[in-house]
Design a protein around this ligand. Structure first.
Ligand code: ZN
Length: 210
């Protein structure tokens, strides 16, 4: 199936970069992926590169400005170590227990805080190779899955923190918001219209029925 000319991507659009809070795509509820093409496989490869370069253990598609239900993880955080996994259209279910642990986020570099997560959880998804994934996760893997799944719903880890713990991070988070405002006032951010056009293009290309 060929892509309509108006959904072709420019060379600049094909190069992904990590976006930081409070970029609006981080707050958008991601759309399910209805088609996997070579371009999407290339996006996934770039996401893995960016995750390893940034020393992360997970990266969601909307963190690279793609409002799609997709994330990549590797709990070992290093290429060639641990297990690299790609989750398309993931669904979480059957949470059990709760555990508090420290989290950070590549869209808020340098900011860390304690978040309560389910200790165990089921995940179902498809891989980029079309294979069905179904597993029960616990511990660190369960935490990563819940953090990345949250991204796809437009939720950031600090939204999950208790008010007193979140208040401790308020200054650091404010700094990111201030930087964003400055970049906007200097004309270094896409306009609302440009952002809407990008989101529409990606959603129409990969999630036409949604
Ligand atoms: Zn994150």
């Amino acid at each position: 199936m060929s892509v309509p000319p108006d959904l072709e991507l420019t060379d600049a659009e094909k190069r992904l970069a990590i976006i930081v809070h409070p970029h609006p795509t981080l707050r958008r509820k991601s759309k399910p992926i209805m088609r996997v093409d070579d371009q999407l496989r290339d996006f996934i490869a770039q996401m893995l590169d960016l995750m390893y370069e940034s020393k992360g253990v997970g990266l969601a598609a909307n963190q690279v400005n793609l409002p799609l239900q997709l994330f990549v993880i590797n709990p070992a955080g290093k290429r060639g170590e641990g297990e690299e996994m790609v989750f398309i259209n993931p669904v979480l279910s059957r949470p059990k227990g709760s555990e508090e642990g420290e989290e950070g986020c590549l869209s808020l570099p340098g900011v860390y805080g304690e978040v309560v997560r389910a200790a165990e959880i089921d995940v179902e998804a498809f891989s980029h190779l079309g294979q069905r994934i179904k597993l029960r996760a616990s511990g660190y893997l369960a935490r990563i899955l819940q953090h990345e799944f949250d991204h796809l719903q437009g939720t950031m880890f600090f939204d999950r923190m208790s008010p007193p713990k979140r208040a401790e991070l308020a200054d650091e988070i404010d700094e990111f918001e201030h930087d964003h405002e400055v970049r906007g006032s200097l004309g270094n951010l896409p306009t609302e219209e440009q952002w809407q056009a990008w989101v529409r293009k990606i959603e129409t290309r990969y999630s036409p029925q949604a």
